[in-house]
Design a protein around this ligand. Structure first.
Ligand SMILES: Cc1cc2nc3c(=O)[nH]c(=O)nc-3n(C[C@H](O)[C@H](O)[C@H](O)COP(=O)(O)OP(=O)(O)OC[C@H]3O[C@@H](n4cnc5c(N)ncnc54)[C@H](O)[C@@H]3O)c2cc1C
Length: 460
């Protein structure tokens, strides 16, 4: 297959729309079907709006701390309506950009709900239009998971979509779930002055993250005033006189906490509703579409990518998978590599990682671990953001980089260097001896690598 191939993409999120642009660039005739908003969760209800809200909290923090830098700035307060207005404006501007890009690439965008009539025909539910295709990419994404306990569907119990539509800041909030979405919402609320608490079922926040880093994150969240209770099993939510009482158990002890709003941040599940995947016999695994390393389903000309395939649900990975899927569909070929997928948490301080955690690495390799604290980094001192470290996990004998974990200022930008290093199979020695600009936070990465080969300059 190649130029002129008819490809239909179901879902216009960060999997579907970049895949559509790539397929169009490769000469295919592309139809992209979206039932809601172009840009999907990431642009409309995920990455972009949450980071816009987080940034508002950072601005407030900067203004409040201005005195430390000799800048007199008084009377800072939150105008929540204006905060939400700006968030919406950023989202809208980016969405218009996506629409323009698709138009420029002559992608046919169909507004409607797609269902698979048969293995080569996609039907639009609202209009009955049938679209015949040589190949299909399913990129229908995921939706918030819900827990099932008494009171979980109360009017003050919000999922991530509902939080982003709030018209008024609550006075207090309990967040159920201390994964990435839960801690970011905690940061949003606490950053804007809301009394905030996180209840997490497992032992640490951000389950799956490097334990040392997630404990450091928990420490900083607690220090900033957000209460964190781990190993807490929520049992019910009762609503009395407009207040919600959340009951949970910790080590067999029943506890309660009251809050104006409760946020459910307990993960996401692939969205296959109404697609008709069973009708054509598409194989599933744990409620997600099953694919091989080329993102191909059990029906060879049907591909699936992004959140709908389960696994790691991250926007940048979804985009990479979508592009890989259309390349394969159009005959260019290639396997997805999951070796260097960064994961970021946009709290203050930020957390970012790539590769194996220390716990995973030491099960499979003989390892050495380098750590460089930000308090020894000149740029971090200038910014007055000295909490955290860069931690590098290296294979002892050959010096390969197995994982990099950062907690601290600009961690989510700094991790890109580690991603590049791991993608190019760099050694710690090569990273340590690459000349880094001064004064920058990136020097902390270099110094962390230096601790593994000769010693960091700025550590005793
Ligand atoms: C609150 C929150 C914050 C997040 N923050 C980050 C972050 O900072 N960084 C990060 O990497 N990831 C983040 N994520 C995850 C990221 O948003 C997802 O991984 C990403 O959006 C997945 O993209 P997707 O295209 O696979 O799915 P989606 O974005 O869900 O897009 C799927 C699209 O398909 C459409 N669709 C579904 N079924 C049909 C149908 N039958 N017909 C037509 N259209 C259909 C949907 O309307 C939707 O627009 C966040 C998620 C949430 C919820």
């Amino acid at each position: 297959m190649g130029a002129g191939t008819k490809i239909t993409i179901i879902g216009g999120g960060v999997t579907g729309y970049p895949a559509a642009i790539k397929a169009a660039r490769m000469g295919a005739a592309v139809t992209l079907i979206e039932k809601d908003l172009l840009g999907g969760v990431c642009l409309n209800r995920g990455c972009i709006p949450t980071k816009a809200l987080l940034h508002a909290g950072e601005v407030l923090h900067t203004v409040k701390k201005a005195g430390d830098f000799g800048i007199v700035c008084e009377g800072a307060k939150v105008d929540f309506k204006a905060v939400m207005h700006r968030k919406n404006a950023v989202v809208q501007q980016l969405r218009i950009g996506v629409e323009r890009l698709l138009k420029a690439k002559r992608v046919r965008v169909v507004q409607g709900t797609a269902e698979l009539a048969d293995a080569t025909t996609v039907r639009i539910k609202e209009t009955g239009e049938k679209i015949l295709s040589d190949c299909i990419l399913i990129a229908s994404g995921a939706k918030p998971a819900r827990l099932n306990f008494e009171g979980c569907d109360g009017p003050d119990v919000l999922d991530s979509n509902q939080v982003l539509e709030l018209e008024r800041l609550p006075k207090s909030v309990v967040i159920i779930g201390g994964g990435v979405i839960g801690v970011e919402f905690a940061q949003i609320f606490s950053g804007l002055g809301v009394q905030t608490m996180i209840l997490e079922l497992l032992e640490t926040l951000i389950p799956g993250a490097d334990t040392e880093i997630s404990r450091a994150l928990e420490g900083s969240i607690q220090k900033s005033g957000t209460r964190v209770v781990t190993q807490a099993k929520v049992e019910k939510i009762e609503r009395v006189k407009g207040r919600n009482t959340v009951s949970y158990t910790v080590a067999g002890q029943r506890q309660t906490v009251a809050a104006e709003k409760v946020v459910l941040a307990v993960g996401r599940q692939p969205d296959l509703a109404g697609l008709g995947t069973e009708r054509i016999g598409l194989a599933q695994q744990k409620g997600a579409l099953a694919v091989n390393g080329r993102l191909q389903t059990n029906i060879p000309h049907i591909y699936a990518a992004g959140d709908v395939t389960g696994g790691i649900m991250l926007a940048h990975l979804a985009t990479a998978e979508g592009e890989c899927a259309v390349s394969n569909a159009l005959g260019a070929g290639g396997h997805m590599s999951y070796k260097a997928v960064p994961a970021c948490v946009y709290t203050s301080p930020e957390v970012a990682s790539v590769g194996l955690t220390e716990e995973e690495a030491c099960k499979r390799h003989d390892i050495i671990v380098g750590r460089f604290p930000f308090h020894a980094c000149g740029k971090a001192q200038i910014l007055d953001q000295t909490y955290g470290m860069v931690k590098i996990i290296s294979e002892k004998k050959l010096g390969g980089i197995l994982g990099v974990h950062i907690i601290g200022p600009q961690a989510t930008n700094l991790i890109a260097e580690a991603v590049l290093g791991m993608t190019l199979e760099m050694t710690v020695e090569e990273l340590a001896h690459a000349i880094h600009p001064h004064p920058t936070l990136s020097e902390a990465l270099m110094e962390s690598a230096l601790t593994l080969c000769g010693g960091a300059i700025h550590l005793p």
